[in-house]
Write a protein that binds this ligand. Structure first.
Ligand SMILES: Cc1cc2nc3c(=O)[nH]c(=O)nc-3n(C[C@H](O)[C@H](O)[C@H](O)COP(=O)(O)OP(=O)(O)OC[C@H]3O[C@@H](n4cnc5c(N)ncnc54)[C@H](O)[C@@H]3O)c2cc1C
Length: 508
């Protein structure tokens, strides 16, 4: 019998399994799909030989900076990071382009071109990151409440500095951009990064996300694994197996079995799998509490709170095999693996307002990835492999072809000749994403909204923001748990640490 069963081989499940194996536990990871990785996979999606696509997630600043993942030393298990000569570019039809480089002078020069002085404004914001970033990253990798990183942050900033910092972080990204920058470039850069979540530019706390991701990009770039996102998963699996852990694919867990208030096994169509010490669930919170646990094990109040659980928006993702690099008019956009497409902050406001009103955006905000310049292993010479995704509301009737056409028109506007290069395309609808991974409910990619009312002690529902569940020995280890979506392994690590601590205290 294994000490622990992990349900789901996404990055969080695999990180949790690795940490338990490091502590000497025997671990089995049960994965429904026919390969591990969750939303971290790559393959020949468009059927074009030699083109390797990232099926879901693609760029990993969070992983590269995550203290948890760094400690796993995945480079020793075959992971090699690649980076573009720029981290990110945000071109617009007026010919301007805001660029984020790992070279601070280059980022500053790009923003100064919009308004002199904006380069220094970015240096100041990035200076704030240099002082606070390590503590914030440590806080993410610590179960709530993150007392030690919080105390270090307070010591670094002092009482009045801490209050000012809190105010800055709570700002809507529109306001943060207006306070700090005179030109559109810096504002666009922050707002585009904030919209990697489902927060509108006017939402409280969106300033934090915009600043956090832009500063991470400044520090570690927007790196990606050589050869495809799947190499990150391969390294996690290899590391686990070296410690005696194993991943079983094609194993859907249908129930968590509870005896005397304690999780003791999981049920699969192929039989029950026992766990002597813990069950860790890398599944979304509603699935765990509503589908996998019998009613009598879930307090009525938690079930009631779950009725108010909010998913982040759905997603439509297009992958392209291209006959050449995207012919961007803006030279910087040719150098950046990540490109944001939105005319300006006002347009982002319109887009988010359409989503909030249940409408498919007329001019969708695109996050686009392209690799050939920085990773020639992903496609044949002189070709390109690229993708873009846009968000859509849940439950709408979607004219998918029309949306894809609008998405491609946006790229074409900034890169005339793009359409002619399309050799093959693959489209993931929201339902298609969910079929490929049941955690991606309706195409939601962050395990639930990142808005303040479902973050920290409100994640996944009002409580303590901790991985423990009402069932002893059962832990929530997915991005539905604090600190949320993205590939950083923190929810998995937090769950593993909670399981190890409980086992030590209870001597099991
Ligand atoms: C299109 C897309 C783009 C993204 N882009 C980025 C990006 O560029 N950078 C970034 O950092 N993040 C990105 N993300 C977010 C990131 O991928 C997720 O936050 C992350 O993968 C969450 O990890 P997880 O382990 O919690 O869950 P997942 O990765 O979703 O893995 C969960 C696993 O559990 C399995 N599972 C679920 N239920 C069961 C069950 N009952 N029995 C057995 N197995 C089960 C699933 O099959 C899946 O393999 C993106 C996500 C998507 C979908």
């Amino acid at each position: 019998m294994a000490d622990a069963v992990v349900i789901g081989a996404g990055p969080n499940g695999l990180v949790a399994a690795n940490l338990l194996a490091d502590a000497g536990w025997s671990v089995v990871v049960l994965e429904e799909q026919d390969e591990p990785g969750g939303a971290v996979k790559s393959g020949e999606l468009t059927g074009q030989p030699g083109f390797t696509h990232d099926l879901f997630s693609a760029f990993y600043p969070l992983a590269a900076a995550s203290p948890t993942l760094r400690r796993l030393e995945l480079e020793r298990y075959g992971l090699r990071w690649r980076r573009g000569s720029l981290a990110l570019a945000h071109p617009a039809p007026d010919g301007t382009c805001a660029s984020l480089s790992m070279d601070l002078d280059e980022t500053a020069a790009s923003l100064d071109a919009f308004a002199p002085g904006d380069g220094d404004a970015w240096r100041e914001l990035y200076g704030l990151w240099r002082r606070t970033g390590p503590h914030l990253l440590a806080a993410m990798a610590t179960p709530m409440p993150p007392l030690r990183p919080g105390a270090r942050l307070a010591r670094e900033l002092g009482p009045s500095g801490l209050v000012r910092f809190a105010r800055t972080m709570l700002l809507p990204v529109r306001r943060l951009g207006e306070e700090r920058f005179r030109g559109e470039g810096g504002r666009r850069l922050l707002a585009g990064n904030a919209l990697h979540t489902d927060l509108a530019p006017e939402a409280t706390f969106s300033g934090f996300y915009g600043w956090f991701l832009a500063a991470l990009g400044q520090e570690v770039g927007f790196p990606f694994p050589e050869g495809g996102a799947g190499r990150l998963t391969d390294a996690l699996v290899r590391r686990l197996e070296e410690r005696g852990g194993r991943v079983e694919i094609g194993m859907r867990v249908t129930e968590v079995l509870v005896r005397r208030g304690r999780a003791v096994a999981v049920r699969t169509p192929k039989g029950d799998v026992d766990a002597s010490r813990a069950v860790l669930a890398d599944v979304d919170a509603p699935q765990l509490y509503i589908q996998l646990l019998a009613r009598e094990h879930v307090p009525a109040r938690l079930l009631d709170d779950l009725r108010r659980f909010q998913w982040d928006y759905g997603t439509v993702k297009v992958d392209w095999a291209l006959d050449g690099p995207v012919p961007w008019t803006a030279p910087d956009a040719r150098r950046a693996p990540v490109v944001h497409i939105a005319d300006d902050v006002n347009e982002l406001t319109v887009t988010m307002s359409e989503l909030a009103r249940g409408l498919v955006p007329t001019k969708p905000f695109l996050i686009l990835g392209q690799y050939a310049a920085a990773d020639p292993t992903r496609c044949p010479p002189e070709k390109e492999v690229a993708w873009a995704y846009a968000h859509v509301p849940h439950g709408v009737e979607l004219d998918e072809a029309a949306l894809v056409d609008r998405m491609e028109a946006r790229v074409e506007e900034l890169a005339p000749g793009f359409r002619e290069l399309v050799r093959a395309r693959h489209v993931f609808s929201p339902a298609g994403l969910e079929r490929a991974n049941r955690n991606l409910v309706g195409g939601a990619l962050n395990g639930g909204t990142a808005q303040l009312h479902q973050q920290f002690v409100f994640r996944p529902t009002s409580g303590l923001g901790r991985p423990e569940t009402p069932v002893r020995g059962l832990y929530l280890a997915s991005s539905s748990a604090y600190p949320g979506g993205g590939v950083h392994g923190a929810p998995g690590a937090n769950a593993a640490r909670a399981a190890l601590t409980a086992a030590r205290l209870q001597r099991i």
